[in-house]
Design a protein around this ligand. Sequence first.
Ligand SMILES: Cc1cc2nc3c(=O)[nH]c(=O)nc-3n(C[C@H](O)[C@H](O)[C@H](O)COP(=O)(O)OP(=O)(O)OC[C@H]3O[C@@H](n4cnc5c(N)ncnc54)[C@H](O)[C@@H]3O)c2cc1C
Length: 383
Amino acid sequence: MVVYDAVVVGAGVEGSATAYHLAKDGQRTLLLEQFPLPHSRGSSHGQTRITRRAYPQDFYSHMMIEATHFWKDLQKASDVQVYKPIGYVVIGKHGGQYLQNNIDAMKKSGAPYTVLDSAAFKRQYPMLNYPSDYGGIYDPDGGLLRADRALNALQALFKRYGGEIRDGQRVVQVTPEGQGRVTVRTERDVFVTRSVVLCCGPWTSDLTSQLDLKLQLQPVRISVCYWKESSQNSHSYKKLPTFFEEKCCAGHAIYGLPSEEYPGCVKLCLHHGPEIHPDRRDVVDDTWVRRSLSQYVQRHFPGLEPTPAVVETCIYTNTPDRHFILDTHPQWKNIVIGAGFSGHGFKLAPVVGRVLSQLAQGKDPSYDLTPFRINRFCPSAQL
Ligand SMILES: Cc1cc2nc3c(=O)[nH]c(=O)nc-3n(C[C@H](O)[C@H](O)[C@H](O)COP(=O)(O)OP(=O)(O)OC[C@H]3O[C@@H](n4cnc5c(N)ncnc54)[C@H](O)[C@@H]3O)c2cc1C
């Protein structure tokens, strides 16, 4: 029987990036996915994601140095444009705490940025309508990632390095055996491996709970809304960078991107949604989300129609502090977990994949993983 060096469960962006790094390191790697690929049931589908160096925590901003290099290299290696550096702006009260936290973190990580005071903000973005004391922080390294293309490119390179993908294979059980082996059972097959990496997105708890590990993960449904520019619009939204405002809409953040996938439509979403189980994603009422967004659009984006022209669906898997889980199982070091990406994990997948692949190989990770440890929520999970 074949013994793999690593089996990665879940071919979303985090699992695919992990599998890529493992195969590149010469590890015999199998990537298992429950649905036929590609699919739109998890968190990694769709055409665009925001990328940025701007973060209120310097550890993410620091990780983004490597991630940004990776996306540019992936572009070259795959001959597909995945990164469009159109910039990113954090919107907020000029001099307010949230903007200041971003400035502090960017300074610490050496990221370039420009502070836009209220006059500069108004001049730069005449298509927006914010109070006169509002401004922004502009991040020139920010922009958008073409998500579907990036995911395809990652999986193609993984295969080029000798990796094997099997889709339509739901993992139903992960059993640690003696002598550093793990058995991975799907509905059809059984695989033996030296290490396993669980990157199961919103389904993670289904497998970790079998391994006596209760992770505080909460999947939420996100309505991905596209708002059409109205015909009487005096200022086009074409020059808009990607953008974010903290706690501004029903107590939650909003974020958005200029027209990319649907001509003439700005993508603007709430950074939150109703709690769900991923197998029953669409059985919830999200009227409050659309109503809150519509009010926000009418207040601040006067040139957009107040009802979304297109609505798609995606899932976040939130942790209580919205930071990722990147760790080994407290008892079995060859079971690695990457989860809880809380709606901001796409851009960082190259670094996430690298550290998870290092943990799976028993190597020291190249970043301090303290903010991402399991035992910050489960003190009994001694590592
Ligand atoms: C609307 C939306 C907007 C976002 N915007 C941004 C953004 O602008 N910038 C950013 O950086 N991030 C963003 N994110 C977050 C980012 O997309 C996610 O953090 C990331 O995609 C998470 O990837 P994942 O691989 O953990 O999960 P997933 O993509 O859900 O992948 C998990 C995979 O595991 C598979 N799986 C689960 N259980 C099993 C099993 N038992 N057996 C086999 N396979 C299994 C699933 O089918 C799935 O394919 C956004 C997310 C959403 C939903």
